[in-house]
Design a protein around this ligand. Structure first.
Ligand SMILES: [Zn+2]
Length: 66
């Protein structure tokens, strides 16, 4: 699993596009997309379903550490 770069899907419903980008470029990609194509409006986001899952994982981590 280490040889696989983790990617996140960036979803823009306004453009009707989904783009997978490396994890560490996701925030920047969203920001750049919205600035260039949507005048800084938050149209593109990291896949909300995936974010939910990450939040669940993070919450589980916190419970374990506390
Ligand atoms: Zn867009």
């Amino acid at each position: 699993m280490d040889d696989e770069t983790p990617t996140l899907p960036i979803v823009c419903e306004t453009c009707g596009t989904t783009t997978r980008v490396p994890l560490d470029e996701a925030a920047e990609t969203v920001e750049r997309h919205n600035e260039r194509l949507h005048d800084g409006q938050e149209e593109a986001t990291i896949d909300p379903e995936l974010l939910d899952r990450i939040h669940d994982l993070a919450a589980a981590d916190m419970i374990e550490e506390n």
